[in-house]
Ligand binder design. Structure first.
Ligand code: S3P
Length: 431
């Protein structure tokens, strides 16, 4: 797809699709519950559809009609042996969380996904799950999928994770549902806590204390009604677009602002961005409408405990930094190298192609931003490496880049945001 610099400001309202992390978990926890779970505002992106398909293959009836997902849960012991290989597509969340569940089942399952999934590290879940008694084999002996999981009886452990990863934490807690004795995970920094909050709503006993979560095994989970909040990771592209395109004034409705996910708002404000939160709701997963207006940005330093709260937003933050005056340093973010693509390398290459001074480091990037009025980014051919967040970040960059930007594999946005390009266009059309 080809993009041109916009010649107008962005105006109007937008509602982004449901949160990806919460959508995945609604399917999984609904499947393990007794009775019906109904989900509204579910993200109909390819990743979450992979989760639905996996649980259908495990014998769970899931309806997807008229914007409502209905899961006919069968309880903790209701899954059945899948007929073929479970295909997790591009989804790290599906692959890692389902592994925690499969590790405890009385059957064997094989799972794998696309080329990107087959390169992503699975040792981080194989190690703790094996300590619990799981038998998981990386079939190519490279610590990646395909994984052969021979379900086994598990025992509770207290695991100290080296990485702040909600996928690792959640895989262990889900295995802990079936273990003998309590299971705890301590992370170096708190990662997103949707599993803890949602499992509690479904009826599990979960204690949390700073960066430790502890689960009591064998709860009786009961089906729930879940309305998924808008995904702040998707809202991030509109936050950036509103801040970067001169004259813009946009309202992003019903965005999840869980404090373990809201780092983009803090960083945008630290860079001089005008964002206000309206219509806040603080019951369950907190939500707000975000009002964003054009703001000249300046550089900042991003590192430490805030990193897990904005890990998926770092590509679009790097775009903001490229159009902000002064230097932005992103550090403590080595996890970027093992996402859907190596997001440090891919951002450095593509932003350099647009004329930005950027260097990649072991755990982040150093970006020398320029005043966009005097030294605008230049249109370029962008290689997104089939990574949805890279494609969306550069579609936003194209709005302020001189000339034409081309993103050949732009279709990968369907992983998390199928309607992204038309939503972005709708804001220029409403001026
Ligand atoms: C996710 C956790 C994060 C995030 C991913 C979704 C989740 O990954 O990057 O997009 O739903 O638990 P890690 O847990 O690997 O940091």
């Amino acid at each position: 797809m080809k993009f041109q610099k916009t010649n107008c400001c962005l105006k109007g309202e937008i509602t982004v699709p449901g949160d990806k992390s919460i959508s995945h978990r609604s399917i999984m926890f609904g499947a393990l519950s007794e009775g019906k779970t109904e989900i509204t505002n579910f993200l109909q992106g390819a990743d979450c559809l992979s989760t639905i398909n996996c649980f259908r293959r495990l014998g769970i009836e899931i309806e997807n009609k008229g914007g409502i997902i209905t899961i006919h849960g069968k309880g903790l012991d209701g899954l059945s042996s899948p007929s073929g290989i479970l295909d997790t597509g591009n989804s790290g969340t599906t692959t890692r969380l389902i592994s925690g569940i499969l590790a405890a089942q009385p059957f064997t399952a094989t799972l794998t996904g696309d080329a990107s999934i087959q390169k992503r590290p699975m040792e981080r879940i194989i190690e703790p799950l094996s300590l619990m008694g799981a038998r998981i084999e990386s079939l190519h002996h490279n610590g990646c999928a395909p994984l052969l999981i021979n379900g086994s009886p598990l025992k509770g452990i207290h695991y100290y994770s080296k990485v702040a990863s909600a996928q690792v934490k959640s895989a262990i807690l889900l295995a802990g549902l079936y273990a003998c004795g309590e299971t705890s995970v301590t992370e170096p920094v708190l990662s997103r806590n949707h599993s803890e909050l949602m499992l509690r709503t479904f009826g599990a006993a979960i204690k949390t204390d700073k960066t430790t979560a502890t689960i009591v095994p064998r709860p009786r989970l009961t089906g729930q009604k879940i309305n998924v909040p808008g995904d702040i990771s998707s809202a991030a592209y509109f936050i950036a677009a509103g801040l970067l395109v001169p004259g813009s004034d946009i309202l992003i409705r019903n965005v999840g602002i869980n404090p373990t996910r809201d780092g983009i708002i803090k960083v945008a404000k630290a860079m001089g961005g005008h964002i206000s939160l309206l219509n806040e709701h603080r019951d369950g997963e907190p939500t707000a409408d975000l009002h964003v207006t054009y703001s000249p940005l300046h550089g900042t330093v991003i590192g430490g405990d805030i990193i897990p709260t904005l890990i998926d937003e770092l590509p679009i933050i790097a775009v903001m930094a490229a159009a902000a005056k002064g230097v932005t340093i992103i550090k403590d973010a080595a996890e970027l190298k093992v996402k859907e693509s190596n997001r440090i390398d891919v951002m450095v290459r593509n932003l350099s192609a647009m004329g930005c001074s950027i260097i990649g480091t072991e755990d982040g990037m150093v970006i020398e931003g320029k005043d966009p009025a005097a030294h605008p980014l230049q249109g370029a051919v962008i290689h997104a490496h089939a990574d949805h967040r890279i494609a969306m970040s550069f579609a936003v960059a194209s709005l302020i880049a001189q000339g034409e930007t081309e993103i050949p594999d732009s279709g990968c946005v369907s992983i998390s945001y199928p309607g992204f390009y038309s939503d972005l266009r709708s804001l220029s059309e409403s001026t």
